[in-house]
Design a protein. Sequence first.
Length: 133
Amino acid sequence: ARDKKSDFAFLFDCERDQVADDFEELLNSDSNIVVYLGDFVFEREELPKFSCPKYILGNLECPYISNADGFENLEVVRGDVSCYYLVDANGFSSLREVYGNLVLSNLEDEITRDIYVAGDSYFKNDKKAGSVR
């Protein structure tokens, strides 16, 4: 049987132990996680300390957080980003590609840099902001 962590480590040019496929690995890891295989779902108002990956190969769902602190390393999400109560997106400073929808429906301030969004983008004052920002 193939080892999916080894396969993804090869594809993303990182070490096997930098690939996580369980949310607990992000929470318990002192290492530098590069790739997370799966949906990142956290349904509380504040994120715990975690190892933020560069790539999430799934959805990012944090519906109750108000800021994106802790996501500074995140560059690519292969699914949707859903942060409904987010009012401060500064933590998404490295985010450059979202291959689903970008739903930041409480965010009033415009994101001033380009982020490729394959789906639709939703913001507070501009409910549907188009497909590429």
